[in-house]
Design a protein around this ligand. Sequence first.
Ligand SMILES: Cc1cc2nc3c(=O)[nH]c(=O)nc-3n(C[C@H](O)[C@H](O)[C@H](O)COP(=O)(O)O)c2cc1C
Length: 191
Amino acid sequence: MSEALIRFLQNRKSVIRLEPPAPPETVIQEAYQAAMRVPDHAQLKPARWLLIQGDGREALGQLYAKALLRRSAEATEAALERSTQMPLRSPLLIVVIACVSEHPKVPPSEQILSAGCGAYAALLAFEAAGFGGIWRTGDVAYDPLIAEGLGLEDNEQIIGYLYIGTPSESEKQRDLSVPDFEDRVKHWPLT
Ligand SMILES: Cc1cc2nc3c(=O)[nH]c(=O)nc-3n(C[C@H](O)[C@H](O)[C@H](O)COP(=O)(O)O)c2cc1C
């Protein structure tokens, strides 16, 4: 067992404060390869990505604001401004899209889980390459106007936005402790 790999998995963490530079295309491709090697019932490969960088982030912010206004006609100027700024929190956003197809043995939930495993594998790959990221959702992941604006098909859904970049020096330390093994893990049959 690789001690270093186990410690890496046990200590991985999300990074909230992200700065340029974004990972180069080679690192993004490595992360993609990792994301496509996750457990996947019937090898449906039920995920695709959109990469959003540079001015694309501003266009996404405009789409967020338009969608907010449609969800709530009374949205304040401040809330609209916050929406436009959201995608600027990192130099790269990856929209992870689950592409759900009909399959006699693989229900949609399994395909969405597989796409989610891919999102996690990508986060690990970026961290391993010295970058950082965080998986975010919120209203912007579930708004039909945003899905349409991003070109999703009817069988597709956003499962998350991966905010990716270089960890800022100002990123706060966090408690990485996990629930006690004895509390969450039992041998069955229970004794
Ligand atoms: C499906 C999913 C959606 C999430 N959405 C958000 C979100 O919208 N905003 C947020 O701050 N964290 C969100 N998180 C949690 C962060 O990605 C992250 O896991 C959390 O901040 C804890 O940090 P850690 O990963 O270092 O433990 C989400 C996580 C998952 C799995």
